[in-house]
Design a protein around this ligand. Structure first.
Ligand code: FES
Length: 234
């Protein structure tokens, strides 16, 4: 924006988007790892305001390194027994996912934000826990699951092989550095391109059936079947 926009340039602006909404279930356990407290703290305020049965656990390496410590401390004094700080250096290491989920009230909804290993461990431990559902937000793109190699063909005829462990966006950006993207998780829609031919394996959470039928694709997460070729309008 600093380089390209000048006074008078027309830009399109949309309202904020939220890929991690709080549904306000009657019983909730909020789990934050480090800076993952950012979306979780307003959920705690809302849970308190709605009078829900809520708990919040904030985990991190050291107590001094935890962001929003003073605010959490104030909230904890207003709502005794609902907020727990787990610093690795005070508890002899990272908290165990099963132990974290054991804090959930029966049938609670769990909201978690933190590093990928923590979220993966929570997902794995959920079935054996008292909680009923897990909602989470990742900091970065999720690992590619069951990716197969395929090819992108650009308008100028260039063919770009996409390896099994890379996204179409990564490959496209290597060839076209100005390719737009934001979330890299298939929910913002910024990386949308039009596919002129080829069968897309849609893996996003954003496009409607009509958009998919019209040939739209979110290249940060969606792919093609093994050996397939997607001809892009790029
Ligand atoms: S970058 Fe957000 S949907 Fe692809």
């Amino acid at each position: 924006m600093h380089r390209e926009l000048a006074v008078g340039t027309r830009v399109s602006v949309a309202g904020p988007r939220n890929a991690f909404p709080f549904a306000g279930e009657p019983r909730v356990l909020l789990i934050a790892g480090g800076i993952g407290i950012t979306p979780v703290l307003p959920m705690a305020y809302e849970a308190a305001w709605r009078g829900l049965d809520w708990r919040l656990v904030h985990a991190g390496r050291t107590r001094a390194s935890l962001p929003f410590a003073a605010e959490l401390d104030r909230l904890a004094r207003q709502h005794p027994g609902r907020i727990e700080i787990l610093a690795d250096d005070e508890h002899g290491g990272c908290p165990d996912a099963a132990a974290l989920l054991a804090r959930a009230p029966e049938d609670a909804a769990v909201y978690a934000c933190g590093p990928a290993p923590m979220l993966d461990a929570l997902q794995g431990a959920l079935p054996q826990s008292p909680a009923a559902a897990l909602h989470f937000e990742r900091f970065t793109a999720a690992p590619i699951v069951d990716g197969k190699p395929f090819t992108l063909r650009l308008r100028d005829g260039r063919e770009l092989p996409v390896p099994a462990d890379q996204s179409a966006l990564e490959v496209l950006r290597a060839a076209e550095p100005a390719t737009a993207y934001s979330c890299q998780q298939g929910f913002c829609g910024v990386c949308k391109v039009r596919v002129r031919s080829g069968a897309v394996d849609h893996r996003d959470r954003k496009l409607t059936d009509a958009q998919r039928a019209a040939g739209e694709m979110l290249v940060c997460v969606s792919r093609a079947d093994e050996g397939g070729c997607l001809e892009l309008d790029v």
